[in-house]
Design a protein around this ligand. Sequence first.
Ligand code: ADP
Ligand code: MG
Length: 413
Amino acid sequence: PAGAPVADPWPAAEGARRADALFRRKFGDAPDGVWSAPGRVNLIGEHTDHNGGLCLPIALGHRTFVALRARGDGAVRVFSAQHPDGGPATLAAPVTPQRAAARTGWPAYVFGVAAMLRTRVPAAFPPAGPRPPTTVPGADIAVDSSVPQGAGLSSSAALECAVACALAAAAGADIDEPHLRRTLVDAARAAENEVVGVPSGAMDQSASLLAAAGHALLLDAADGTATPVPFDTAAMGASLLIVDTRTAHALVESGYATRRAECAAAERALGLPTLSGATDADVAGLADPLLQARARHVLTENARVRAFVEELAAPVPAPQRLGALLDASHASLRDDFAVSTGELDRAAAAARKAGAFGARMVGAGFGGAVLALVPADGAARIAGRITGAFRTAGLPDPACYLAHPSAPARREA
Ligand code: ADP
Ligand code: MG
């Protein structure tokens, strides 16, 4: 195809209207308000956050919208437009992490956040503090979202963070207060790790709650810092194209666990708390070539994040230089970390051949999406060329999106 459709996210007003309408239809009355939180894409720094290293996500224009009304009885009821079957998923009081963890499927994300907030939000406001909130209440919740699910764009954190903001606000907290935002990052991550059972780092929730429009967010897992970095693709004549290959391999979970175990083995062999603290000489001294390759990826990837941030500090960053770093990241994830797939390699190669400045797989790997930095006027054409390459290979058409560094979680209405 000469071009392929590149889907735009819903405008915020449209998302808020949809969540509000769903709430009225399902719960028969107006919500107290509507909150939203974005998905994210990581520009560079993959498989570094669980190794004490650096990553650089942006919040997407794709957002999850949550309409909420507080309930006096402590129960949580939730509908999602993305999972429309049956009645509301309900968890009666007491909403505890244990009772939430006994639930399976998507409602566990919502119940998990509600349970984790119960202790964390009041604790974030000691009695002598500025605005002691009331206890986090029960709630009726309606969810609608333009974040693609399971594409590595973090629909899970978008859901968690939108619910966290809505419930914290319902408790009387100021969700724009920085300390409270940190508490929400922690609660949303705890819900995903301890209730849903996904052993992820804090990148997704940090991006969704702490990012800034027009900026990337430099996260350092070593000290927990989150630093906004100006990121203006338009000024450099470029756009960010996300190509979801819609291929998830059976290896996603076991592959992630294996890589984490290999990184832990390399740490033990080096006697270091995290791989990001290793030197090139340390890595060269590792006896096992496989552990050496895994560690080399972490070190070189951290260096690429630093180089990317350095380039962004230039008066006008060069997209060619940023693109070369994306290409090098892809090669390292493919060759040293061994988490790419034929589909991801094909999408990245087709993007480059069609004129992208650079492209790399994003997310944990074993399927998911590719991120390409492309000339500003080239997104639809390059998406078309990648789609053509997939058709030639007998693969399903990928789904393509434009990524703009967008606003963090916020109240919409
Ligand atoms: P990703 O975060 O990359 O999209 P995950 O597997 O981490 O992929 O999270 C996807 C899961 O999150 C979905 O399978 C579903 O359980 C839940 N989820 C995400 N968005 C929604 C939504 N709008 N409504 C209901 N559940 C959702
Ligand atoms: Mg996720």
